[in-house]
Design a protein. Structure first.
Length: 171
């Protein structure tokens, strides 16, 4: 069992949407990059929706996300987990969402990259959230993980596109 420590949020103060994963996987931790596993479709989807294409440098992808009004983070600040499967997460410690929302007051809604992120948020974060934050709309999107093979890429892209339709595409 490995103690995994997540990353800081990627966000500008004027971000409008917060996308939450559960905890970086093994490849992401190794490369110190969100969604580093090549088979994960997150950056392919963000390329279509925010101009953050996977062939761009990581710094450029992050810049384009921020310009599009997207903040990126994980529910867990740390947890024990062998490998990368969300089902194996044990003893999660949530990130400081009260502090995040205090400094990012323009967040309009939260998107979860898969059911596990939503379940972790509901269990470990929501009980301590003020009513204003609890009232934010929350959307559970299909996981971009290659482990979520039950849905074709085109279906995932369509669901993500619908959820993020009001965001501007970065240049």
């Amino acid at each position: 069992m490995v103690n995994c420590v997540g990353f800081k949020p990627i966000a500008q103060r004027d971000a409008r949407v917060l996308i939450l994963g559960s905890l970086p996987g093994a490849e992401s931790l190794k490369q110190v990059q969100y969604y580093a596993k090549k088979q994960n479709s997150f950056w392919k989807i963000m390329g279509e929706l925010a101009g953050a294409f996977p062939d761009l440098s990581y710094a450029e992808r992050l810049r384009r996300l921020k310009e599009s009004g997207i903040a990126l983070w994980d529910v867990c600040a740390s947890a024990f987990r062998p490998g990368s499967l969300d089902a194996a997460i044990q003893f999660p410690v949530p990130n400081n969402f009260a502090g995040f929302f205090e400094s990012h007051r323009r967040i309009e809604f939260i998107c979860f990259n898969g059911q596990p992120a939503h379940r972790l948020f509901q269990r470990y974060v929501m009980p301590d959230m003020p009513e204003k934050i609890s009232a934010l709309p929350r959307i559970i999107l299909p996981s971009t993980s290659p482990a979520h093979a039950g849905m074709r890429y085109e279906q995932k892209l369509s669901r993500w596109r619908e959820a993020l339709k009001g965001l501007k595409k970065a240049k």
